[in-house]
Every structure is written in structure tokens, then in C-alpha cells.
Design a protein around this ligand. Sequence first.
Ligand SMILES: Nc1ncnc2c1ncn2[C@@H]1O[C@H](COP(=O)(O)OP(=O)(O)OP(=O)(O)O)[C@@H](O)[C@H]1O
Ligand SMILES: [Mg+2]
Length: 522
Amino acid sequence: MAMVGEMWSHLGSTMATLMLVYTVFKQFFPHQLQVSFEKYFNRIVRYAYPYVEITFDEFTGERMKRSEAYSRIKSYLSDKSTASAKRLKADVVKGSQSVILSMDYNEEITEEFQGVKLWWSANRIPSKTPRIAIYPVDDEKKSYKLTVHKRHIELITQSYISHVMKEGKEIETRNRQRKLYSNNPSQNWDGYRSNKWSNVLFEHPATFDTLAMDAKLKEEIKNDLNKFSKGKDYYARIGKAWKRGYLLYGPPGTGKSSMIAAMANLLDYDVYDLELTAVKENTELRRLLLDTSSKSIIVIEDIDCSIDLTGQRGKKTEKDGNEDEPSDPVTKRVKKEEKKESKVTLSGLSNCIDGLWSSCGSERIIVFTTNYVEKLDPALIRRGRMDKHIELSYCCFEAFKVFAKNYLEVDSHSLFGEIESLLGETNMTPADVAENLMPKSDYDDVETCLKRLVEALKDTKEEAKKKVEDEARSMAEKEEEEKQRQKPEKEEKEQSGKDVKEIKENGVAKVDEEVKETGVTR
Ligand SMILES: Nc1ncnc2c1ncn2[C@@H]1O[C@H](COP(=O)(O)OP(=O)(O)OP(=O)(O)O)[C@@H](O)[C@H]1O
Ligand SMILES: [Mg+2]
């Protein structure tokens, strides 16, 4: 025990001496000398140290884009590290069904590849700027370092790294749990966890089988999606970024959001729900999109009300602001903050979808939804940006049959005929049909649910008829009012027309009389 104590005190004093020598060296030797010293020192180290170190950072390009290689190495090492690393980190995946272990920071594992020994370590460099924060700050640099003997560098670059990437991808796919992301406001991008997106597990149960819609259209969409997901080489060959845009439009409750969930479930993609109103400007939008992963669906719901995409907004707001500038400083500040709201422009959004930036990242589907397709700028939804336009409309009989099968487990019933003709005569959204078909208690059988739908359809039909009649009546009333309003005006006009004619005639007669009297001609 005494020996251990002695050893520690000896090590401590050696370290202190080294630190002192280094401080003295830094303080008293000119900078130029220090640089030369470091250069020669590195050269000696390089000569004596026969290993190369390859670093894989978590982010590439000024922290703009998360590195795919980093995440694949992470997955690859998670498999290897369990056996050799002593300190492990645990992630619970697949809805708490399994645990993935990966090596902790500053931990090292050794591997052998084709008889060559190599070392992996996980590193974390803390932020350089000191700051006081309640939460841990996440602007540190994370990386994996691979160390190998110089003479094996060719083997590493030519086969080992591609082996790691391939295996890592397979493990990633195996452990993949799909996520639903939503964008964080940009003021939080530097703070706690500094993530641009927050996520939860994506567990929406909608599939194409549960979607009630025209069977032919459904098949067409499924084929289109499957073709896209297998189209890597095809897109490369035709020189197009590997992405596809879908515009889903139709009245509320016709299944637009449900279809997005079905798409994600069909292709096994993540969903990024992009709230455009929280994005302050085009550069932020670009950074957000760069931080999405491949195999994902980027969704902008209700694109027509998300933002004013006319491009005039900036100018208009400035002008409006000058017109009634408040004198009170508090209101002034609030107004200023309001003005800082989204300045994402039509061209900014369009360029992110189908400009040079759109090619940064592949295998992405972009979906816009809207209730008012006619409000959208044609430039935004032209083919190439929104390649496929899909209208989701009121419930047809075919869609009803899907609901009947899914909700009530029936393929036919004596009430089907009546329902078919009612559906042909009135507009009811799939959401309303679904709600009427859903059993509300254990006593609700098929008959009860179908009857409820028949009643609801009749009511809707009656309401629609009444609405049309009311509208026709109010139109007729308005027309009558207009007529009444125009009647005195017309009479007045006619009267004034008569007066003018009379005056003219009288005037001419008078002049003729004068001519007669004086003998002067006109
Ligand atoms: N075509 C459909 N197939 C199956 N279910 C549907 C369909 N349309 C609507 N529903 C049901 O109605 C509800 C509302 O649908 P959804 O949210 O997909 O509509 P939406 O078109 O996105 O509406 P909004 O325009 O208001 O966002 C969902 O819970 C879904 O179960
Ligand atoms: Mg919706």
C-alpha cells in the first residue's frame, strides 16, 4: 500500500515538473522557435510512430450535414464493442424491445481484418468557447478514430472501410426504428442538445390497406412509390436528384395525412414534419433540409396557409410597419419580434425542393398537402417539384367498401345498395363515413352502424339540398333588391334624358325664332 502511495507521489511530482518546463518553454522562448520545435518534434514522432490515424467526424461541411459514415461506423462498432470494450452506452430500440450497446467515449476496441490489427476509439472534444449553461451543451465535436499500421493503409482504404460501411448499413437497417421529426425553432439550435429536429417514434398504424380510396389510384400510387425507392441507379443515369414530390389536395378529412403515414409505412421511411412558420428565413430552411436523413418523407402540411409564398410579403410588411409605427417601446419591440417571423420565400422553398441544394441528400420524398390547390403558385407545384398531384376527394362507394371491410368486417349487406346511391347523390368525407361506421358500444352490430351511416347520408343530402335552396333564394332576393335599387335610378335617368331632349328642342326653336327676327344665320 505504501508502495502505491509512493508511486503516485512520484508520478505527481514528475507531471508537475513537466508542466513547469512546458510553461517556461512557452513563456520564454519566442513563438517562432516554438513553431520550429513543434515541426521537428512532429517529424520525429512521425518517423518513430509507424501508425496512421483516420478520423470520421459526426458532421461534415461546417456542421451542416450529419455524416452517414459516422452513423454507419457507430452501428458497426455497436456490434463489435460488446465483446471488447469495458465501458458501454445503451440505447433502447424497437419500442423497448431490444437494447443496443455501443462503446462509450474515450474507450478503445481492437479488431482484426484479414490478419491486420486495427484500433477504433470514440472521441469527444468539448466546446472551445467556455459558457455557463443550465443544460449540458452539445456543440462538442464527436468522432471515431481508426488507427492502423502505415503499411496496411491500402487494405484499409480499399476494402476495410467499404466492409465497415456495408455491415454498418445492414445493422442500421436491422435496428432501424422509424421516427417522426418536427423542426425546432432556430433560437434553440445552439442550446441544449443543439438539434434542429426533435423526434418521437413513428407509430402511425395507417397503411394502404386501411386507406379508403379508389383502388386503381391506390395501386398506381403504391407502384410509383416502390419504383421510386428502387430507383437509385435510374435517377443517377438520367441525371436527376433522387427525390420525388407529391402534392396531396382535397377537402378536410379526405385522408391526406393518413396517406402520408401509409407512404412512410410502405417504404419504411422516417417522416419530417416541417412547420414552415417556425422557419425564419431561406438559409434556415436549407440547413434544416440538409439535416434530414435519406429514406425520409419531408412533409409540409397545409402549404397554402403555412406561409405567404407570393414573394411580396417582405416589402408589404415593411411598408405596413412604417405606416403605424407604435410610440410605446414595449409594443415597438414586440412588433419588431413579429416582423422577424418567417421570411421564407417562394423562390427559397422552390430552390430547396428542386434547385442545386436539393441534390444534397438522396432518397427523399417531399409531400405538400392543401385544401385549396387553386391558391398555390403554379411555380411551386410544377412537375419536377411536385411530380405527382393526387386529389383525395369525398367518399365514393369503393372507398366505403374498404371502410366496411376494415371497420365492420363485411363485404356485402342489404343496405349497401341504398348507401351506394346515397353516396352518389351527396358529398360526405371519408372521415365522416368512418366515424359513422365505427361501433360506439359493444351492442352496435353491423346493421346498427350501417343504418347510422344511411341516416347521416340522408341528413347530409337534406342539408345540401336546403343549402342550395337557401342560396338560390338569397340570390333571387339579392337580384330583386338590386332591381329595386336600380329602378328609381333608371327612372331618374329616363326623366333627365327627356328633359335634355326638351331643352334641346326648345333651344333650337328659340334660336330659329331669333334668326327669323334678326336675319342673322347660324
Ligand atoms: N381515405 C381515408 N381512408 C381511411 N381513413 C380516412 C380516410 N380519410 C379520412 N380518414 C379518417 O379520417 C380521419 C382524418 O383523416 P386525415 O387526417 O387523413 O384527413 P386530412 O385530409 O389530412 O384532413 P385535413 O385536410 O383536415 O388535414 C383519420 O383519422 C382517418 O382515420
Ligand atoms: Mg391532414
